[in-house]
Design a protein around this ligand. Structure first.
Ligand code: FES
Length: 152
């Protein structure tokens, strides 16, 4: 197979994969799956948390806060496409919100925002929201007791 034939094969395969994804997932999920936003962990974050879900995937979030408003939110995960999509969506939903508003980002809110997920993927949204909420807990604890960060 020549290079151009290989390219055509790869394009066709990619198109087939996307067609199959569209049969299962919403456009929002596919968009965040294929083009995740805010991926990476900040070294100078105000809050950080990492959780390993029952499936064995890990997720991390880091946030920065200014005057009670979350200015930055980033994630990392070794999970599958829906896990990546849920984390990316959670980060996007969080940026610009104050703490009270961000506290409302739970599994149901993520599922509503992304247009739903198949039953077997709903736990990905739970892992994302649990990790995000633990990150906010860590941020608030650091704010109350700044010395804590010296021991982390
Ligand atoms: Fe593990 Fe989605 S498959 S969190």
């Amino acid at each position: 197979m020549g290079d151009s034939e290989l390219d055509k094969f790869a394009e066709k395969t990619q198109a087939e994969i996307i067609r199959e994804l569209k049969e299962i997932y919403s456009p929002v999920v596919i968009d965040h799956w294929l083009n995740p936003r805010n991926w990476g962990i900040m070294n100078d974050a105000d809050g950080y948390a990492k959780i390993t879900g029952p499936c064995g995937d890990t997720m991390e979030f880091s946030i920065k806060i200014k005057n009670d408003r979350i200015t930055h939110c980033t994630f990392d995960t070794d999970g599958c496409g829906t896990t990546i999509a849920c984390a990316s969506i959670a980060a996007e939903m969080t940026i610009g919100k104050n703490i009270n508003e961000a506290r409302k980002i739970n599994q149901a809110a993520l599922l509503q925002y992304c247009g739903g997920l198949p039953d077997e993927n709903k736990h990905c949204a739970l892992l994302a929201s649990n990790t995000l909420q633990k990150t906010i807990d860590n941020c608030l604890a650091n704010k109350q007791e700044p010395w804590r960060r010296l021991y982390e």
